[in-house]
Ligand binder design. Structure first.
Ligand SMILES: Cc1cc2nc3c(=O)[nH]c(=O)nc-3n(C[C@H](O)[C@H](O)[C@H](O)COP(=O)(O)OP(=O)(O)OC[C@H]3O[C@@H](n4cnc5c(N)ncnc54)[C@H](O)[C@@H]3O)c2cc1C
Length: 322
């Protein structure tokens, strides 16, 4: 089966979600029929793609492909999928994948499997496991369309660096995107230095138990000592204590970090929907019956105002980060 893996560049190589997508595609198809596609790729991206097992990457390059809207990206990726006769197109289920993948599936009249936690199958019969009902259940689904588009939940498919040689880059010129209206993103405001929860390996999240926005310095302190991103429950985002980009849960971001530390968060089903697939969950709550403890691997029944400073001090002493 021919598979197209949609790659996203970051400084020095590829985003982790892209490396995970390559590994997942390899497990579906073996090594022979997988091609990557990237916008404005460079040598460091081709090297990373090769290291994870791709032998060929279609490179859509040029100024006209910088800061373009999702509809044009989707058209270009669809062209690439058609050009290789892809039976499966794979994205990471991060904000880029969630935005662009459904558009690609519409353009290709393809079955759409979002947020997969397992993927297998053959051409015309792609099987996936995906969470439903805010993560309360998992369903196994089979897409039987000739092309299927899938997005993979980040951090569940362990990316395997197999030390392959650099992938060959092939210039690819999409044609159908040119018929779309042009529009460009002219500026992006970035929060430099802050890790994004959807990419982070460790997340420290705070909830209403912190009592006031200024007490989030305790969350930031623990996050710094661990090299973690800061997350938040919806209650504190709605209260204006924290920005929406930090919200974890059903109406926020879905995360699967190696470790998730929930501080002063009750564990409402909508919060659990976004983080219960984390590998290790640590909960700090003064109510021993708080629902968060039902999903926690480690629980501390205690007051965040006492526990967090002590925990941060002990971890900083080990990591040297404070
Ligand atoms: C359609 C819909 C979508 C939603 N989407 C989301 C979503 O994406 N993400 C999300 O998080 N929520 C979401 N919610 C809201 C969700 O139902 C909860 O209201 C919210 O998660 C509660 O946030 P919280 O745990 O911070 O606050 P609370 O439920 O008020 O819990 C605070 C916790 O802090 C503990 N606590 C208090 N003081 C201390 C202390 N000193 N030390 C230690 N612990 C302390 C308490 O025991 C309590 O368990 C959604 C709701 C709906 C209806």
């Amino acid at each position: 089966m021919s598979i197209l893996v949609v790659l996203e560049a970051q400084a020095g190589g590829l985003k982790r979600t892209s490396c995970e997508a390559i590994t997942a595609a390899l497990s579906v198809a073996g090594s022979s029929a997988i091609t990557g596609v990237i916008f404005n790729g460079a040598q460091e991206q081709f090297a990373a793609a090769g290291a994870y097992g791709l032998s060929k990457v279609l490179n859509i390059s040029g100024d006209e492909w910088t800061s373009i809207p999702s509809a044009r990206m989707a058209a270009a990726i669809s062209d690439a999928a058609v050009s290789i006769g892809a039976s499966l197109v794979v994205f990471g289920a991060n904000s880029f994948g969630k935005n662009v993948a459904p558009r690609v599936s519409v353009r290709l009249s393809a079955g759409f499997l979002p947020d997969c936690v397992a993927l297998s199958g053959t051409a015309g019969s792609v099987e996936a496991t995906r969470p439903v009902y805010a993560g309360k259940a998992l369903v196994n689904v089979t897409s039987t369309t000739s092309t299927t588009v899938a997005t993979l939940r980040p951090n569940l498919f362990t990316a395997k660096n197999i030390s392959g040689g650099e992938a060959a880059s092939e210039s690819f010129v999409p044609t159908s995107a040119s018929s779309l209206p042009t529009m460009r993103v002219t500026s992006v405001t970035r929060n430099e230095g802050q890790l994004d929860v959807s990419e982070a390996d460790i997340i420290v999240s705070g909830g209403r138990g912190l009592k006031a926005p200024e007490h989030f310095n305790l969350i930031e302190g623990l996050a710094k000592s661990l090299g973690a991103a800061v997350g938040a429950s919806r209650a504190v985002v709605d209260a204006g204590w924290r920005p929406h980009r930090e919200q974890v849960g059903q109406t926020g971001k879905t995360v699967s970090p190696t470790m998730y530390v929930a501080c002063g968060i009750s564990g409402a089903v909508q919060h659990l929907a976004g983080m219960s697939s984390s590998k290790i969950i640590v909960a700090i709550n003064k109510d021993k019956d708080a629902p968060i403890f039902s999903v926690a691997d480690y629980g501390i029944v205690g007051d965040v105002f006492e526990v967090l400073p002590r925990l941060t001090g002990a971890i900083s002493a080990i990591t040297g980060k404070n």
